[in-house]
Design a protein around this ligand. Structure first.
Ligand SMILES: Nc1ncnc2c1ncn2[C@@H]1O[C@H](COP(=O)(O)OP(=O)(O)OP(=O)(O)O)[C@@H](O)[C@H]1O
Length: 687
């Protein structure tokens, strides 16, 4: 029993605290009767009905003007409004799922494949009908039980005694054995012993006509999962069978692992989640975790708090009215950083099928089964998620779109959808190639498509307004959306992409960074002045980047001769390293090589080519380690007008996996050690 009875004194004070938030109690006698009828009539699990009845009894003993009766009514109403048993039936037709996924997205084939595999495994497991073996020497008893259980969808076989049961189990072990206790040849207790030894995963329900406390205790001690006396209460038996089957389902990983979509904003994570729900014919809930500050928002407040209510998870379940929706937990990484308290353990409990079958919301105070929910988490960067959570999730990465992909998606999906949403048709508007390009390049700067979608909506709104205002006589003539028209509608372009500079410069190198919103090019500037061995670092740099700068400087000092620079250069100088765009914080090890190139240029006086970008982690001994976010970095480089890229050779596999579309117009050089980076980036002497 999970309902906690409180002492009258605490109840009173709590009730007074909560008074302001509660509704006045409805006219009681009729309402109380109605509540009672609902408790009896609704299909509730036994424990829930018991809790509701107890609460109802408390309510009837209360003064109807007392604030606590309002609290009690709210609780009961909430409890009765939850979908304790309601579920939608999964549609596991893979062809249909594939069609739905394809019709919603362009590209993303690898992700679609992965999701279809996930659904295929579910389908196969779902097809295996659970099996039950009924063992009883009375024919009527066993056929009756078999009839009832078959109607519940189980595959049922029968045996007359323990020996026959063992014979059947040898051929095909059942998930559950329901056995009589007293039988000829091998009785129920002996059969239980054999099952426990040979088929430890099979659950056993023991039934007997000679129910005594002793036999029940013996059966349970020997490993029976449940015990029932004759005549068998069929409702109880079916409930026990269902509980055991659900526990088995959970153990067989039917529900896990949880999918976790990572990638920059607007790359299709939510819309794929929605498409999965549509394919399965499940309800969909998107629930943004951003801004969630503490556990109570997820799990509810105890009823002792003023205005206590259930947490977001149960409120969403209540809203959709079924206990098996697809719930998308958006931006999990952000919540974990900002959360007061232990967010990780709450998520572990919510996502783990072993634990979430008895999820306890503090307000509800009795377990609610979340194990049928299909959770999908999203995060901008998987690296931001703690290892215990990542362990339970299958991460699927969504990456940035190329210009070309954006153009195709805009044409096929975003523009038609926005036209429709604004009462326009493709007859009203003709978007030219130049128009799409200018929308993408001039008005958005993003890895995904969110901003582009908003800009298209802006354009549609303005065209709709013009159409209505002017009552255009020529309304049959489509508006041609070319660059000029777009500038007329949206104003001057907002962005000129950070462009690589053209002329080579001494003391300035171009690098590449990867952030939650995609790739970016960065510039590293270095200067040397008279001083006394100080290294100044500016530009909102994180600790890792600062350490990379120190390592690059130490490497150069310790290898001065090899690079033909004065070994004492630092004794009489200060070195300043600056990464412009101070408003953006920068961190990570991959700028080590870029800093080295800028320093070497400064100390040798050789200029750095500005159409080359380098990215790699530098060790103190001059080795180069691989870096992350290759696709994002390459895209950023090509959009910024870079011609040549140098990456660590250890990134070869990721580079070879890039689509031709991404590496178009770029030359990528792979380097083993830091000197090779410098060779490409520095202008050749004499040239
Ligand atoms: N490959 C694609 N094909 C067609 N439309 C797409 C594709 N990717 C994204 N979209 C569309 O772009 C818009 C933004 O996508 P969505 O909301 O799914 O992104 P998200 O990754 O969930 O973003 P966020 O992380 O900000 O929540 C949606 O209208 C979506 O339908």
């Amino acid at each position: 029993m999970f309902f906690k009875k409180k002492t009258p004194s605490t109840e009173q004070s709590e009730a007074c605290e909560s008074a302001s938030a509660e509704q006045p109690a409805p006219e009681m006698p009729g309402y109380l009767q109605e509540l009672r009828d609902r408790i009896t009539a609704q299909d509730l699990p036994a424990m829930v009905r018991e809790t509701a009845q107890l609460e109802w009894e408390r309510l009837t003993g209360m003064d109807r003007s007392a604030p606590e009766s309002g609290i009690s009514i709210n609780y009961l109403e909430f409890l009765l409004s939850l979908p304790w048993k309601a579920v939608t039936r999964d549609n596991l037709d893979l062809n249909r799922a594939a069609t739905i996924l394809k019709s919603r997205h362009l590209g993303l084939d690898a992700i679609h494949e992965r999701i279809l595999e996930f659904l295929a495994v579910k389908t196969l497991i779902g097809r295996q009908r659970p099996t039950i073996l009924v063992v009883d020497d009375e024919e009527i008893a066993r056929t009756n039980l078999a009839y009832v259980l078959e109607k519940d969808g189980y595959d049922v076989s029968m045996a007359q005694n323990g020996l026959e049961a063992v014979y059947y189990m040898d051929k095909q072990p059942a998930d559950i054995v329901i056995t009589d206790l007293k039988m000829e040849r091998m009785d129920g207790i002996q059969l239980l012993g054999t099952i426990r030894k040979q088929w430890p995963d099979t659950s056993v329900i023991m039934i007997t006509g000679y129910a005594t406390v002793d036999t029940a205790v013996t059966a349970l001690q020997k490993g029976a999962d449940h015990y029932l006396s004759k005549p068998v209460n069929l409702t109880k038996l079916r409930e026990q069978v269902r509980t055991l089957m659900e526990a088995r389902e959970r153990a067989s990983h039917l529900h896990g692992p949880v999918l976790c979509f990572t990638g920059p904003p607007g790359t299709g994570k939510t819309s794929i989640g929605r498409a999965i729900a549509e394919a399965l014919e499940r309800k969909f809930v998107r629930f943004s975790l951003a801004g969630l500050k503490d556990e109570a928002e997820l799990r509810g407040h105890r009823r002792t708090y003023v205005g206590a209510m259930a947490g977001r998870i149960l409120l969403e379940i209540q809203k959709v009215g079924v206990r098996n929706p697809v719930i998308m937990l958006d931006e999990m990484d952000k919540t974990i950083q900002d959360f007061r308290g232990d967010a990780v353990s709450v998520f572990l409990e919510v996502l783990d099928p072993e634990q979430n079958a008895s999820f306890v919301d503090h307000y509800l105070d009795i377990p609610f089964d979340l194990s049928q929910v299909m959770f999908i988490a999203t995060a901008n960067m998987a690296e931001n998620l703690p290892a215990p959570l990542l362990d339970r999730m299958e991460v699927i990465e969504f990456s940035s779109y190329t210009y070309r992909e954006k153009e195709a998606i805009a044409r096929q999906f975003l523009v038609p959808a926005q036209l429709k949403r604004h009462g326009l048709t493709t007859q009203d508007v003709r978007l030219t190639d130049e128009g799409v390009r200018s929308l993408i390049r001039g008005y958005t700067r993003e890895a995904g498509l969110r901003g582009l979608e908003r800009k298209i909506a802006d354009v549609c709104r303005k065209i709709a307004r013009q159409r209505v205002d002017r009552q255009e006589a020529d309304s049959n003539v489509p508006v041609v959306l070319d660059e000029e028209r777009i500038i007329a509608l949206l104003g001057a372009p907002l962005f000129t992409q950070t462009r690589a500079l053209s002329a080579p410069r001494v003391g300035m190198a171009t690098g590449l960074v990867w952030t939650a919103t995609g790739g970016e090019i960065i510039f590293v500037e270095v200067a040397r002045m008279k001083g006394s061995k100080q290294l100044l670092l500016t530009g909102s740099l994180g600790d890792v980047l600062r350490e990379s700068a120190q390592a690059a400087l130490s490497y150069l000092r310790s290898n001065a001769a090899m690079y033909h620079i004065d070994p004492g250069f630092f004794d009489v100088s200060d070195i300043h390293i600056h990464l412009p765009s101070g408003g953006v914080s920068k961190d990570g090890p991959s700028a080590g090589v870029t800093i080295f190139v800028a320093l070497l240029s400064l100390l040798t006086g050789r200029a750095v080519r500005q159409d080359v970008a380098v990215s790699g982690e530098l060790t103190l001994l001059g080795d180069v380690l691989p870096v992350g976010g290759i696709r994002e970095k390459v895209l950023a480089a090509s959009q910024a007008g870079i011609r040549q890229l140098v990456f660590p050779r250890k990134n070869k596999a990721e580079i070879e996996a890039l689509d031709a579309d991404v590496v178009q117009d770029l030359e990528i050089v792979l380097a083993d050690e830091v000197g090779e980076f410098a060779k490409v980036a520095l202008v050749q002497e004499g040239s």
